[in-house]
Design a protein around this ligand. Sequence first.
Ligand SMILES: [Zn+2]
Length: 114
Amino acid sequence: MSERKATIPRSRMTFRERQFRSRLAQMIDQRGLLRGSLLVRRRVCGKPKCRCARGQGHESLYLVVSQGGRSRQLFVPKDWEETVRRWVGDYHKARGLLEEISRLYWEKVRTRQG
Ligand SMILES: [Zn+2]
């Protein structure tokens, strides 16, 4: 039985795998990555003449993250919303790429070709 190496040289990777890895590397290098989900909450500010008192409420964005089994929430200020949405989205994309790579390795073990 030959011993298998954990390190795989790039030359032995398929084009698909190299593509997933380059995209993932780029995200890890250059993007903000934030795990969590975004929740829009409506609240009433309490000022009697405010439009929120007539039903609609003010919309606020919260970031919800589970850390160590606890769910934590963080208010996202308006001027952070766009950036936070992007970081959360990029985290999902990076996770997706990691998952694609993992599937390739699952197949290697399953087909005993690696
Ligand atoms: Zn209000």
